[in-house]
Write a protein that binds this ligand. Structure first.
Ligand code: FES
Ligand code: FES
Length: 154
């Protein structure tokens, strides 16, 4: 076991972890931050998307030890108190989910997209391409695209 310090949503957490522990498992199993979802656990579905220093990252493919020293943001840390992130508000407005399992990952990936100055003003086709790593088995894709376009305008 290794002592590991993680900075998550502005809070420091000290853990003793097997060095092989994925960030996703550290979040869900050790810290009970279950907003980040485990879909495939193989880097193929995007359900586990978080931000590392503001960039999209797959928590299932990131070792917790590699995330030390980075600002980790999960879906639990995206809103500012009671004020939703514009992407969260847009997902609600456009009903961009059905079961909701993929939704935290979709929102985190989409929020990171808005930080990218090239992707920020992208067309629907470009948004689809940029979001192609986030799968939705409920096929809420048209509403997800509409939500992202709304957040782009905002
Ligand atoms: S659980 Fe990480 S990409 Fe599917
Ligand atoms: S809303 Fe059900 S998987 Fe996307």
């Amino acid at each position: 076991m290794l002592p590991i310090e993680l900075n998550i949503n502005g809070h420091r957490h000290h853990l003793q972890l097997d060095p092989r522990t994925a960030l996703l498992d550290a979040l869900r199993e050790n810290l009970h931050l279950t907003g980040t979802k485990k879909g495939c656990d193989h880097g193929q579905c995007g359900a586990c998307t978080v931000h590392l220093d503001g960039q999209s990252a797959l928590a299932c493919l990131t070792l917790a030890v590699m995330a030390q020293g980075k600002a980790i943001t999960t879906i639990e840390g995206l809103a500012k108190g009671d004020v939703l992130h514009p992407m969260q508000a847009a997902f609600i407005k456009h009903d961009a989910f059905q079961c909701g399992y993929c939704t935290p990952g979709q929102i985190m990936a989409a929020a990171a997209l808005l930080q990218d100055k090239h992707a920020r003003h992208g067309s629907a086709v470009e948004i689809r391409e940029a979001m192609s790593g986030n799968l939705c088995r409920c096929a809420a894709y048209p509403n997800i695209i509409a939500a992202i376009q709304e957040a782009q305008r905002a």
